[in-house]
Design a binder for this molecule. Structure first.
Ligand SMILES: Nc1ncnc2c1ncn2[C@@H]1O[C@H](COP(=O)(O)OP(=O)(O)OP(=O)(O)O)[C@@H](O)[C@H]1O
Ligand SMILES: [Mg+2]
Length: 299
């Protein structure tokens, strides 16, 4: 089982049409035909959207994405139109709402990896490949790859796992030219972000982008380079051969799988609410990621 423990009702705002309640973001369309993307404080783990929110998470993800988009403008156009709060929107949308171009999304999760872990490691251990790309012998959990690689995945429905696929599968699905552009943009943006993060003592192990078409042009959409879409590791504790500590949901995952939660992941039951100390520690991690990456102070 997976999905929402409690699916939230969309907020009714005059002039906005609710389109989609995602795991983390809610999408509306405004009268100009733009999309209004509202990042919530929801958090997901183990394919569940948990019943407990992380205060400020939506604002951290929004502000961090906007900061990154600014670092990337010379590499790739992005979907941001405005950060003005739409008329009539609830006050608590402030800081977590982005008005964006409505793109025709390419149904491919564009993942770049500079380090081996997660589903990449699982495939590597079985076949010495990731998304069909051959890799050298002797790599371990957390190893740096000889060069960053494009490891696309097909986008899954809520509760389903994304599936890693080869470049050829993407080319078949979206056309060879689009696939090549996705690969070029994904690796270029990854390399830029990796270098910026590294200067701040953070390893960008891997990250996921979503692109869409605005007319003929591929545009970077969704959120970018947040702890929800990326693995960030503190560089000073990086040590291949074990799982790396990271700036994301580590506290949440660790607590859910500990005896303290009483949750049996395999038992097909929804996870329980998070205790206050796990919420506080997780909020602090998201803010720490924001502050270290941007060099700015939260608030
Ligand atoms: N500019 C854009 N135009 C159209 N759709 C967009 C744009 N930017 C992001 N999206 C879509 O908005 C949604 C964001 O919601 P969120 O990431 O919370 O949900 P998700 O659970 O990942 O989404 P889904 O349920 O579609 O898989 C995603 O479906 C994403 O593809
Ligand atoms: Mg998403």
């Amino acid at each position: 089982m997976s999905g929402f423990v409690e699916k939230p009702e969309p907020v009714e705002v005059p002039g906005l049409t609710h389109l989609h309640t995602g795991k983390v973001r809610d999408l509306y369309r405004d009268a100009d035909g733009h999309l209004v993307m509202v990042a919530s404080d929801r958090i997901s783990a183990y394919d569940w959207v948990l019943p407990t929110a992380i205060p400020d998470k939506g604002r951290v993800l929004t502000r961090l994405s906007l900061w990154w988009f600014d670092q990337l403008t010379d590499l790739c156009p992005n979907h941001v139109v405005s950060t003005d709060l739409p008329a009539g929107a609830p006050a608590d949308w402030a800081g977590r709402t982005t008005v964006v171009k409505a793109l025709t999304m390419v149904p491919v999760e564009c993942v770049a990896r500079g380090y081996l872990t997660g589903s990449g490691l699982t495939e590597y251990e079985a076949t010495r490949t990731v998304c069909g790309l051959a890799l050298p012998e002797g790599l371990a959990d957390g190893s740096q790859l000889p060069a960053p690689i494009f490891t696309p995945a097909t986008k899954a429905e809520v509760g389903e796992h994304d599936e890693n696929v080869s470049f050829e599968v993407v080319a078949h699905q979206v056309g060879a030219e689009t696939a090549a552009t996705l690969r070029q943009l994904t690796t270029a943006v990854y390399a830029r972000a990796r270098d910026i993060a590294r200067e701040r003592g953070i390893i960008l192990a891997d990250t996921k982008f979503e692109f869409g078409f605005d007319g003929d042009e591929l545009v970077l959409g969704d959120e970018v380079l947040t702890p929800d879409s990326s693995r960030f590791w503190p560089a000073d504790t990086w040590q291949p051969g074990r799982a790396q500590p990271s700036f994301d949901k580590q506290y949440v995952r660790d607590w859910l799988t500990s005896a303290a939660s009483g949750w049996d992941r395999a038992a097909e039951v929804p996870p329980p609410p998070l205790p206050a100390d796990v919420v506080t520690a997780t909020r602090a991690k998201y803010i720490e990621a924001y502050e270290r990456l941007t060099g700015l102070t939260w608030q």
